[in-house]
Design a binder for this molecule. Structure first.
Ligand code: PEP
Ligand code: MG
Length: 538
């Protein structure tokens, strides 16, 4: 069976689908009267789950050998785990809530704790505890699909993925991503491109639970999905994969090379990253630096404001991994589509035009200063720059720089090491900033064009709205003129200008950007070598 979605991250993959239901987020805290009865429901659901896993383990061992049934044992051990069971029980007793909700909350807590552990084996358990808990909840809800457990890399399918889910995905176990919803600029799409995992979105109602366990081909370029493919279709895709591998090998010739056209025009090729893990991807793909480190992942993954220490460790780890290459850390860009509950932001009619990014930081200087302190402290361990998002006016930069000065003074007073000359640049991602970039250049040490938001605000199209994808055109002349203007004003002021929005990776635009004088392109790690090849051949 064939389906057409929207390819948002290139590459083809073949494998089994693992459909992740929304059940963990759908259950609500239904109040209960009879605690004992509720706990008995938990016990019986646990027993059913254990029996299922036991049967699956036997089947897997018979088919694939004993070592391939270990994952089932891990799942069974989780079900037996005393801490896990007590945590569920405590929630049912304490909150007098239904056990489905208690299991869901416990699963999320345990998953977070696993993910934060130093040990890679334990980190990998973060996804397992969610999976086994989903099974228990589905049994409780009577919609038990007898789901399979896969001890092999899979194609993950879901309604959509949120940052806390993608944070736990590994390239080695995730072959591709497939979603019902999402837009080309959604978190899932950006994540997949960063990791170099093929992804197809927008399958809508075609995708459901019935896909679970079926073999599937995902083509992230064409958006084509083949469920239960024929032999010929499989051969075709294997041939495509062979060509991809060949291409990847050929790209190796571009490692360690300068990015310059044949006539000698140079550009810096940097990476966009969203986590400490991504810093490794940047290095693997031979990035010349990090042009956009989206620091918000620290805030989105945590249940409360991340401490200065947590942030310092993350920034330092990235700076050290980059081994002397520049790392541009973008300060908190939360709000709009990226929400963290503990910020307690009031609901807004137009969140994209609301309290977000730098606006929050200026309204909550303590939150901002904690981040700045962490960044400055990390600057003693590598080459760091600070970048402010969502700037529209000169005073915003001045206010942010004043807070940065205060932070430097505090650190000096405490005798803590930092680099006093960390450049402070800004994102040009609002039309206002592009239009007055000549004025902003007086206060900014560099510019980086955020073409995703610049397109959204210039063309008045919500970048998250799937039905507007046809109108969301970053090649629109209005956007290109703002980019050109920004390049001109930057150079007139003697500062560098880069592009860190998705448009920067568009090979068909590279020649034009070089001609405009763009000094740096910051792209997802897997796009670096292909783009370098393209530019070197210009
Ligand atoms: C942008 O807006 O182009 C950008 C790079 O930032 P983000 O996609 O994180 O909003
Ligand atoms: Mg942006």
């Amino acid at each position: 069976m064939e389906f057409q979605g929207r390819g948002v991250s290139k590459g083809v993959a073949v494998g089994k689908v693992r459909y992740i239901s929304q059940v963990l987020d759908e259950v609500t805290a239904r109040p209960i009267e009879d605690v004992q009865k509720e706990l008995a429901r938990f016990e019986s659901a646990r027993a059913v789950a254990a029996t299922q896993l036991g049967e699956l383990a036997v089947a897997a061992a018979a088919k694939l050998g004993k070592e391939n049934s270990l994952l089932f044992e891990v799942y069974q051990m989780m079900l037996e785990d005393l801490d896990y069971r007590e945590a569920v029980e405590l929630k049912v007793r304490g909150g007098k809530v239904c056990v489905e909700y208690a299991v869901s909350e416990t699963a999320k807590e345990f998953s977070r704790a696993f993910a934060e552990m130093d040990n890679e084996y334990m980190q990998a358990r973060a996804a397992d505890v969610l999976d086994v808990s989903r099974r228990v909840i589905e049994i409780l809800l009577g919609k038990d699909p007898q789901k399979a457990v896969f001890d092999e890399p899979v194609i993950l399918a879901a309604h959509d993925f949120v940052p806390s889910e993608t944070a736990q995905m590994e390239r080695t176990t995730t072959l591709a991503l497939v979603t019902e919803g999402g837009s080309a600029n959604s978190h899932t799409a950006i994540f997949a491109r960063t990791m170099g995992i093929p992804a197809v979105i927008g399958l809508e109602s075609a995708l459901d639970e019935s896909w679970d366990g079926k073999q599937c081909i995902v083509d992230g370029e064409t958006g084509r999905i083949v469920l239960e493919p024929t032999r010929e279709q499989l051969d075709e895709v294997l041939e495509k994969q062979r060509k991809q591998t060949e291409y990847a090998r050929m790209l190796n010739a571009y490692r360690g090379r300068e990015t310059a056209t044949r006539s000698g025009k140079k550009v810096q090729l940097f990476a966009n990253i969203g986590s400490v893990k991504d810093a490794e991807l940047a290095m693997e793909n031979d990035a010349e630096g990090v042009g956009l480190f989206r620091s918000e992942f620290l805030y989105l993954e945590s249940k409360d404001y991340p401490s200065e220490e947590t942030q310092f460790e993350a920034y330092r780890a990235v700076a050290e991994k980059l081994d002397g290459r520049m790392v541009v850390i973008r300060t908190l860009d939360i709000g709009a589509d990226k929400q963290a509950d503990y910020f307690k932001l009031s609901p807004e009619e137009n969140p994209a035009l609301g309290l977000r990014a730098l606006r929050i930081c200026l309204k909550r200087p303590e939150v901002f200063k904690t981040q700045l302190r962490a960044i400055y402290r990390a600057s003693a361990h590598g080459k760091i720059s600070i970048m402010l998002p969502m700037v529209t006016s000169l005073w915003e930069i001045q206010a942010a720089k004043k807070l940065a000065r205060e932070v430097r003074a505090e650190l000096t007073e405490k005798g803590l090491a930092f680099d006093g000359s960390v450049p402070i640049g800004i994102m040009i991602e609002t039309p206002a900033a592009a239009v007055i970039s000549d004025i902003l250049a007086k206060e900014a040490d560099f510019f980086s064009l955020g073409t995703n938001d610049l397109t959204q605000y210039t063309l008045a199209v919500d970048r998250q709205n799937q039905s507007l994808d046809d109108f969301c055109d970053p090649h629109h002349e209005a956007v290109l003129r703002l980019i050109r203007r920004t390049a001109e004003t930057a150079h007139a002021a003697g500062i560098w200008v880069g592009i860190c929005g998705e448009l920067g990776a568009d090979e068909s635009m590279a020649e034009r950007f070089l001609e405009m004088g763009i000094d740096e392109l910051s792209v997802t790690p897997p796009a670096i070598l292909p783009l370098r090849k393209h530019i070197c051949e210009l």
